[in-house]
Design a protein around this ligand. Sequence first.
Ligand code: GDD
Ligand code: MG
Length: 319
Amino acid sequence: MAVAILLVGGFGTRLMPLTKNTPKPMLTVAGVPVTEHQIAMAKAAGITEIVLATSYLSEVFTPYFGDGSKWGIKIRYAVEKEPLGTGGAIRNAAQLLDSNESVVILNGDVMSSHNLEEQIRQHEALDADVTLHLTQVQDARAFGCVPTDSNGRVTAFLEKMENPVTNQINAGCYVFNPRVISTIPLNTVVSVERETFPELVASGAKVFGYVENAYWLDIGTPRALLKASVDIVQRSGDFLAMPGSTIDPTAVISGGSCIGANSTVGAGAVIQGSIVEADCVIGQDSVIIDSFVAAGAEVENGAKIASSFVMNGEILTIP
Ligand code: GDD
Ligand code: MG
């Protein structure tokens, strides 16, 4: 048995202006917030209790997730007045968990299909202090570089280095022994990547990697966010229409696009490889390609939009 903390308090800087009113983890991928995908994943791995570690736009999460009963899981909220960093957030949120069970930590902006149950099992079998999900990427510069020895033990934790020593990276899902969390100082800004992990490795703590190269994506950039949604939609079809959406029969929707709840798509519209969030109005004969239409936005009749963010009254090219 394990409990979980979801780190959902970051600013989502690389997704501005989409994250001006919506925290990054609440942006939708295949019609539902990233956090909701993670809650389903955690539940499938046997987790019964989750704390959302919130800070930036914390008030957005509670009305949506409530006490978690809709998902059959117990959800509580820890709010940082000022962001405490990833380590400070974990320590703060852990106060709401009074158990001796393993604590799973999830970065709130990652879509992963790895076997979390197996990661927890390995962690407990090795009686590890921390077990990090590790995966391989082509370019490791934007991630935590994590070399391991032949026993799978982590030998260093090197956050965002210019010349990565390995392409094996921190995939942002950890299992902690609760004792280790209590060594992180309270009400203090701490980075788990730049402080806690390097210190644990240096002190000889049992930090292990759980290496699995299943589907994995950090949705922290606009292109990655679109890719995650398209990938998931394409697992079951060419497009996805959420309940309550209305699509004119002459509209052509393809390329893994998703049309959000209560959105309407007018006659002759063409939508490809895009996310249209909830409550949008897509005008007749408009063309929307590889773009993100934010909740509640309207697209004019005949508009031609490619690789852009569309918000009400604002269209910006994706950098
Ligand atoms: N509650 C809270 N408070 N959450 C935070 C804070 C904070 O002060 N700062 C960041 N977070 C959350 C973010 O919302 C996000 O879900 C997660 O912590 C990671 O922060 P990012 O800003 O997305 O970090 P990153 O993508 O540059 O790097 C991290 O993820 C990579 C994998 O995607 C690191 O963990 C890397 O080592 C890792 O490779
Ligand atoms: Mg990230």
